[in-house]
Design a protein around this ligand. Structure first.
Ligand SMILES: [Zn+2]
Length: 184
């Protein structure tokens, strides 16, 4: 029960830090992002690793308006399916034995309610994909780092800003293709 509550708390803290981290413009509700740049927030608490991921839809599916064609809808569906495979995108130290326990993907492009589709498509300048992952590790003491494999799946992604709350303190790094390891 305590672990469960801690887990929720971590998720909230990560999300709160995420939201205040400059990814969102404070005024007017308009989201500011830079194409090619994604953000990852990671928190380790006990044997749980929480990861929040945010990326411009441009870098996930190549467009940011509501899907209009069958091809675009299929692209969104297949991106959501790819993003759900958190173990293939964020490779934690294998010796730590971390298993993906939860993966939630959110994007306005996948909203089932198409009533306002037209309006949304005209109004939205930018759209994002958000993902939340929870890993549980058998040997958390062996966690040494994370390899971010997003660049392999999403070719227009140029940079991933990582911010982490680790047992030893906070760390941040900017990862790029070919420099995709984040040490804890
Ligand atoms: Zn955009």
């Amino acid at each position: 029960m305590l672990a469960k509550r801690l887990g929720t708390g971590i998720g909230f803290c990560v999300a709160a830090a995420f939201l205040s981290g400059g990814a969102w413009a404070a005024e007017g509700g308009h989201k500011a992002h830079v194409h090619g740049e994604s953000k990852v927030k990671l928190a380790i608490e006990g044997n749980v690793v929480e990861i929040e991921f945010e990326s411009p839809a441009h870098d996930i599916v190549g467009f940011e308006s509501m899907p209009k064609t069958a091809e675009q809808r299929a692209a969104v569906e297949s991106a959501v399916a790819a993003l759900k495979k958190g173990e293939a995108l964020f490779r934690l130290t294998p010796a730590a034995g971390c298993k993906l326990e939860e993966a939630e993907i959110e994007t306005p492009l996948a909203e089932a309610d198409h009533k306002d589709e037209h309006k949304r498509a005209e109004e939205e300048e930018h759209s994002e994909f958000h993902a939340h992952y929870r890993f549980r590790c058998a040997q958390p003491g062996r966690l040494k780092g994370m390899e971010v494999l997003l660049f392999d799946s999403f070719r227009t992604m140029r940079e991933v800003e990582v911010g982490a709350i680790l047992p030893g303190g906070q760390r941040a790094a900017s990862l790029k293709p070919g420099a995709n390891r984040f040490d804890f």
